[in-house]
Design a protein around this ligand. Structure first.
Ligand code: M6R
Length: 364
């Protein structure tokens, strides 16, 4: 059942090109996005001024990318919170509120309770889930499925990639509805269509690359992931993957927050994993990297192909293909997942069955 792979996690990472294909099928045409499942609430999506995103763990990280993209391309203000906080906040919901609940399993207790509260107060609920007939899907007004196939590994990998793809498409659809379907957006939608091929080429080399990198770093007991803008969700997700399967303490910070405290931790025994694509915030992140180097921290960077400015100042690096800014979280995912995978295996852990964790968190 593992199809010749030593672990489900590895098998599922290698399914990512296909998973993206499934997420796109029937939803993209000539640079335009069609989300048939949302047509019944299209009028609401056109006029709403209040979008709330709710999710936990990795799904929350996908939500952060969605929020940023909607703000940038649909000129919408979007709020996001983890479900265990969301459900206890005094949020004003009304007929105008759209709640987007992201849950791979569709069974996460806090996310479910969050949408129940919002629904009872009049909000319209959109669920983004992988599991057909799941509780969250049944209790929502509209459901957009990932179609990623079952995920066995406790660490979310292919479903994260799928969530990012589907959420970017949903956000593009909302942007189009609201009159922002311009050239720039169409180019991004076209790029999303090309993602399965890009992922195939990434996966041809990323496994060996990340294994080599893991050899250098698997013995550290701390890691600090940093990133800005679209890079921050990648920092959070990279750190979460590492801690949940390798049990190495990993934290994630917005790179600009370093000097407000966390930089005090850094020394030669505390490496930094910098998310530094060639985007509009790159030069800012570069100066944060310099600050960490001044504390003797070793720096691994994940950056855009051929970026000499990054190459000059870091100890090791992973290069990803050049894509539009909002698509870096997608192309960086397999590398962050594979790095965590190899570190876990080198430390003697089974990445499919991390201690203390369940695949679906049905208790609060
Ligand atoms: O099924 P959900 O997407 O609602 O699950 C949310 C989290 O429990 C989940 O993403 C968790 O963080 C994973 N172990 C991450 O790999």
């Amino acid at each position: 059942e593992k199809g010749g792979y030593p672990h489900f996690m590895l098998k599922e990472i290698f399914e990512e090109p296909q998973v993206i294909r499934n997420a796109i099928t029937g939803r993209v045409k000539n640079g335009k996005t069609i989300i048939a499942e949302l047509e019944s609430i299209a009028d609401k999506l056109k006029t709403t001024r209040n979008v709330q995103v709710v999710a936990c763990g990795t799904s929350y990280h996908a939500g952060l990318v969605f929020k940023r993209f909607l703000e940038e391309y649909a000129a919408l203000n979007v709020e996001i919170d983890v479900a265990s906080e969301f459900r206890y906040r005094k949020i004003k919901f009304d007929e105008d509120t759209i709640v987007v609940a992201i849950s791979q399993s569709g069974e996460t207790a806090d996310t479910l309770e969050g949408i129940r509260i919002a629904k009872a107060r009049g909000a319209t609920i959109i669920a983004v889930t992988n599991v057909v007939g799941s509780t969250i899907s049944r209790e929502s007004h509209a459901v957009v499925y990932l179609n990623a196939g079952p995920e066995i590994g406790v660490a979310a990998t292919k479903t994260y990639v799928s969530q990012l793809t589907v959420l970017l498409l949903i956000a593009s659809y909302i942007a189009q509805l609201r009159g922002f379907g311009d050239k720039k957006l169409m180019q991004i939608v076209n790029e999303i269509e090309g993602m399965p091929t890009i992922f195939e080429s990434i996966l041809a080399t990323s496994n060996d690359l990340t294994r080599e990198l893991a050899k250098e770093y698997f013995d550290y007991i701390h890691f600090m992931y940093i990133g800005r803008g679209y890079g921050y969700p990648s920092a959070l997700e990279g750190a979460l993957k590492l801690k949940e399967i390798s049990y190495i303490h990993a934290s994630a910070y917005q790179a600009g927050e370093l000097k407000h405290g966390p930089i005090a931790l850094l020394d030669r025994k505390f490496p930094v994993f910098a998310i530094v694509p060639d985007d509009s915030l790159k030069t800012k992140t570069l100066s944060n990297i310099m600050e960490t180097r001044a504390r003797d921290a070793k720096v691994v960077a994940i950056c855009t192909e051929g970026d000499q400015a990054v190459a000059r100042i870091v100890n090791s690096r992973i290069e990803v293909p050049k894509v539009s800014e909002p698509l870096y979280p997608l192309v960086m995912s397999p590398y962050l997942q594979l790095f965590a995978y190899h570190v876990a295996v080198m430390r003697g852990h089974d990445p499919d069955k991390p201690r203390n964790l369940a695949k679906s968190v049905t208790v609060e």
